[in-house]
Design a protein around this ligand. Structure first.
Ligand code: PXP
Length: 276
């Protein structure tokens, strides 16, 4: 369901629905440990969908350390949820996204409905920081233009720090959405024991709230993600105007003990109960 459609209802106004994107890269990481067939990311996607997740996210990295090209093809074709393809803004990745979307427009495949552009370093364990949209403006503008010209169109999101300069640059580059990096918030939350009245945590939460306000004022969708978990998600989910949350590690970790469907169901429940 489109969050803006929900928003447009007359009063009494229900809480706008926050879409949950589940990042299933870790499922492929386990499979790649033996380079076999299981666990299968497509099966994982179906379990997430059964629990009501709206978006499946995978990061096709240049080094193919977890998700493989055939995973992206299978998810683009068979996932019921929308596919969000995380990738570096390289010619190779843009070519893959465009080819998938073209196949989707011509046939039953859906293709990636969204691309989230992220910075990518070979040595990093996970995406470490946000995109430098200010320094990379010309290159990113070109990448966004190519992706948005895809048949059926692709929503393009920028993974950035909650920083006014990068938000303005993301708008200038033509992005549709900003996903704000919540890593600093998550670290502050852990240090403060979740007490949002404490200085650093209050400051980090206010930075995300302010960034959300700024990006929406520029007409962009407000997304957030990275290092969110079952403890720290509610304060972020309560921020005004938030449209999407993207969460991977905490959900897949919990799924080891509860199963993926239960882990996603509980995260959805926490998000939906935020602000109440
Ligand atoms: N959003 C983006 C852009 C990411 O790169 C990642 C990590 O792959 C996530 C969200 C999810 O982060 P985590 O796995 O810490 O929940």
């Amino acid at each position: 369901m489109n969050a803006q459609v929900v928003n447009a209802r007359p009063s009494p106004v229900p809480s706008p629905m926050i879409l949950l994107g589940v990042n299933i890269d870790h499922v492929a990481t386990i499979r790649q440990a033996r380079k076999g067939d299981e666990p299968d990311p497509l099966r994982a996607a179906h379990e997430c969908e059964m629990a009501g997740c709206e978006i499946i996210t995978v990061h096709l990295r240049e080094d193919r350390r977890h998700i493989q090209d055939h995973d992206v093809h299978a998810l683009a074709r068979f996932s019921q949820a929308r596919l969000n393809l995380e990738m570096g803004a390289t010619d190779e990745m843009i070519g893959i996204a465009l080819a998938l979307r073209a196949a989707g427009a011509a046939g039953p495949q859906a293709g990636p409905q969204m691309v989230t552009l992220v910075p990518e370093k070979r040595q990093e364990l996970t995406t470490e920081g946000g995109l430098d949209v200010v320094a990379g403006l010309a290159h990113l503008k070109h990448a966004v233009t190519r992706l948005k010209a895809a048949p059926g169109a692709i929503t393009v999101s920028a993974f950035i720090e909650p920083d006014a300069r990068h938000i303005q640059a993301a708008a200038d580059a033509g992005f549709d959405a900003c996903e704000f990096h919540t890593g600093a918030y998550a670290r502050a939350f852990a240090l403060a024991g979740g007490d949002t009245s404490l200085g650093t945590l209050a400051h980090e939460l206010a930075r995300i709230a302010d960034a959300g306000h700024r990006c929406r004022a520029l007409g962009l969708r407000f997304h957030a993600g990275h290092a969110l978990n079952y403890q720290n998600v509610r304060a972020i989910a309560a921020l005004p105007g938030l449209a999407e949350l993207h969460i991977g590690h905490a959900i897949v970790s919990r799924a080891m003990f509860t199963g993926l469907r239960a882990a996603v169901t509980e995260m959805k429940r926490l998000i939906e109960s935020a602000g109440t």
